[in-house]
Design a protein around this ligand. Structure first.
Ligand SMILES: [Zn+2]
Length: 118
């Protein structure tokens, strides 16, 4: 890949990403959240089952989050704001966008947010 990150490039990657995520979400049936209270589960098999459910819900939740990021990136692309940090407005490094075309923050803001979360 060349050093320039053309928006057409990013767009096709984002569209492919969106399609893949939508297909994965459809495959897990949208991961409807269960209303079972894990603290009330007594037996191990039940716990196992809940564990699997939780894992499924967790990965579905993560995919939905990812899908939202991709859609937000596509919207920014439409509005000509793609590649600008949503937090500080500085351009996001093309190398970063190549790794994560849906990145909405520059590396500095992303790192800071990451540190605050800990
Ligand atoms: Zn920033």
């Amino acid at each position: 890949m060349d050093r320039r990150t053309s928006s057409e490039d990013c767009k096709s990657r984002l569209l492919a990403l969106r399609e893949a995520l939508a297909a994965q979400l459809a495959a897990v049936g949208e991961g409807a959240p269960s209303d079972v209270d894990p603290t009330r589960a007594g037996r191990l098999t039940r716990l196992d089952e809940l564990h699997h459910q939780a894992m499924g819900a967790e990965s579905a939740r993560r995919r939905r989050h990812e899908l939202a990021r991709v859609q937000a990136a596509l919207r920014r692309l439409e509005e000509g704001e793609y590649g600008e940090c949503a937090a500080c407005g500085e351009p996001i490094a093309p190398a970063r966008l190549q790794v994560d075309p849906a990145a909405e923050w520059c590396i500095r803001c992303a790192t800071r947010a990451e540190q605050q979360r800990r």
